[in-house]
Design a binder for this molecule. Structure first.
Ligand code: ADP
Ligand code: 5GP
Length: 188
């Protein structure tokens, strides 16, 4: 029996990945969003095991060594990775799985799960990306500059993806993502 789809959602920080994926989960309640492990410190309001598994460097090392991660990458000085087992379990149960990850991780998924569908979210313009990232108000000035620097190189990777979707409005972007994965058997 074939597994449910694996959708990788990538794109520069601040483009609206989390916001759009939340909308996808509302429109496609059967889908399951993977919870990543990270060595980054929690932001105000972030909850362990819900937003991320917040782990120490040595815990992250152990995850890598045990083969527990589908992919992982270093981003802006912290490590992030996708726990492998729950991705497989949910797909086998018939639930489309969504990974919200940066570009290096998406490349690894392409190699280790060739049936994955890779979507890149781009902003309507560079100015809008800057406004969104600043407007979110979560980053100190040095982290903001670093994220914009990484964003410039991430934007150059868009052509490697199966689909490039512009986040002009949250709803239309979510619908574009759903169209990539959802046959009638996966809606609702
Ligand atoms: P990411 O997960 O890619 O880092 P977020 O989902 O945190 O990005 O979005 C960054 C900011 O942009 C948030 O303040 C969010 O509310 C806003 N945003 C996201 N999508 C849109 C949109 N289509 N139009 C306007 N603002 C948006
Ligand atoms: P943030 O610190 O803003 O939560 O995330 C920073 C970047 O790491 C974002 O581009 C986010 O999509 C990405 N990210 C989150 N989880 C993972 C993961 O498990 N693997 C990879 N490769 N990137 C991730």
């Amino acid at each position: 029996m074939s597994k449910a789809p694996l959708l990788v959602v990538s794109g520069p920080s601040g483009v609206g990945k989390s916001t759009v994926v939340r909308e996808v989960l509302t429109l496609l309640p059967n889908a399951w969003l993977s919870v990543s492990a990270t060595t980054r410190a929690p932001r105000d309001g972030e909850v362990d095991a819900h937003d991320y598994f917040f782990v120490s460097d040595s815990q992250f090392d152990a995850l890598i060594e045990s083969g527990g991660l589908l992919e992982w990458a270093t981003y802006a000085g912290n490590r992030y990775g996708t726990p492998l087992a729950p991705v497989n379990e949910h797909r086998i149960n018939g639930q489309p799985v969504i990974l919200e990850i940066e570009v290096q991780g998406a490349r690894q998924v392409r190699l280790s799960a060739p049936d994955a569908i890779l979507a890149f979210i781009q902003p309507p313009s560079w100015e809008v990306l800057e406004e969104r990232l600043r407007g979110r108000g979560t980053e100190a000035p040095d982290s903001l500059d670093r994220r914009l620097e990484i964003a410039a190189s991430e934007m150059a990777a868009a052509a490697e993806f199966d689909a490039v979707v512009t986040n002009a409005t949250v709803r239309s972007c979510a619908e574009d993502l759903i169209a990539l994965v959802a046959g009638p058997e996966f809606s609702g």
